[in-house]
Design a protein around this ligand. Structure first.
Ligand code: C2E
Ligand code: MG
Ligand code: MG
Ligand code: MG
Length: 282
């Protein structure tokens, strides 16, 4: 800020400077404290084979435990964090925690599974993201194929060139990539063909439509056909009811993630879940 103007304005900001949203400043300070006080945690939701229940992977989902407000969900604070530099620290914490947890499960002798981590839109603009991912993997002593990064279809379409670079770097590093929220109105199937990725996650909103109208299977069938043609894993997200499950089976969807099978679990619950599951299926 220009010092002269500051004095002339009695300490007020120059009229040409962009206004600072007081709410944003307050949320920023709350988020900084949350990081310092370790109020964030990761929950883990299994992705399972639709026929056998075999676990194919876990997705890490962030939660904020506020001492007074209780649990705060990602859609309530991540959009705010995205507007500040704190998103970088939060993302780094998520990546580290998820990789360490996966390594700990492996060290405990549990079956090896890929751990999915969501990338925030801002992480695209981070030019050294691939190096950061490599460093985190190295520190956690986790091999690259046990991490998987989820990127929304929307973020890819909005940052085409950056996404293309990033996908190629990650595939060189050996980290699988999943396209999240596939089918939410941005579908550019021909365009996506240019990107190396391993998995399609059918958006919850598409799976949800099956509840009102079981005939609305267009996007789901398309995703499954695409998966077959390009040898991709296809996961249906947000599967809640038996009816959805039956329909997805009929469409020959291989994998599901949703409350029908399991809600996101705390680290303790997830460890218990994996241990029990492992004993049952052994
Ligand atoms: P997403 O990656 O598409 O994650 C799936 C969301 O669907 C999760 O919401 C999960 O709890 C919810 N879900 C799973 N099964 C069901 C179901 O059967 N029914 C319903 N109604 N919901 C189900 P959550 O945890 O609130 O996360 C919302 C979004 O926030 C995520 O969508 C992801 O885009 C973002 N997010 C979550 N954790 C992180 C994180 O650590 N980093 C970043 N950058 N983004 C995150
Ligand atoms: Mg939510
Ligand atoms: Mg996701
Ligand atoms: Mg999703």
């Amino acid at each position: 800020l220009d010092d002269n103007k500051k004095q002339n304005n009695h300490g007020r900001r120059s009229p040409s400077a962009p206004p600072i949203d007081p709410k944003l400043l307050r949320v920023e300070s709350l988020l900084r404290k949350a990081l310092e006080r370790e109020e964030f945690s990761l929950y883990y939701q299994p992705q399972v084979n639709i026929n056998t229940g075999e676990i194919y992977g876990m997705e890490a989902l962030i939660r904020w435990h506020h001492p007074k407000l209780g649990i705060i969900y990602p859609h309530q604070f991540l959009p705010w964090a995205e507007k500040t530099s704190l998103i970088v620290s939060i993302n780094q914490w998520v990546l580290q925690t998820a990789c360490r947890q996966n390594r700990a499960w492996q060290a405990a002798g549990l079956p090896r599974l890929p751990m999915s981590v969501n990338l925030s839109p801002r992480q695209f603009q981070q030019p050294n993201l691939t190096q950061i991912v490599a460093q985190v993997l190295d520190k956690a002593k986790l091999e690259p194929y046990w991490l998987e990064l989820e990127i929304t279809e929307r973020a890819i379409v909005q940052n085409g060139n950056l996404a293309r670079q990033l996908f190629h770097q990650l595939s060189q590093l050996g980290v699988p990539v999943a396209i999240d929220d596939f089918g939410t109105g941005y579908s550019a199937i021909g365009y996506l063909q240019e990107f190396p990725f391993n998995k399609l996650k059918i958006a919850q909103s598409c799976v949800n439509k099956l509840k009102d109208n079981p005939k609305k299977t267009g996007i789901i069938s398309a995703a499954i056909a695409l998966g077959r043609a390009f040898n991709l894993r296809v996961v249906a997200e947000g599967v809640e009811t038996q009816q959805q499950l039956d329909l997805l089976r009929r469409l020959q969807c291989q994998e599901i993630q949703g409350y029908r099978f399991s809600k996101p679990l705390s680290d303790t619950e997830a460890t218990q879940f994996l241990t029990q599951h492992w004993i049952v299926t052994k």
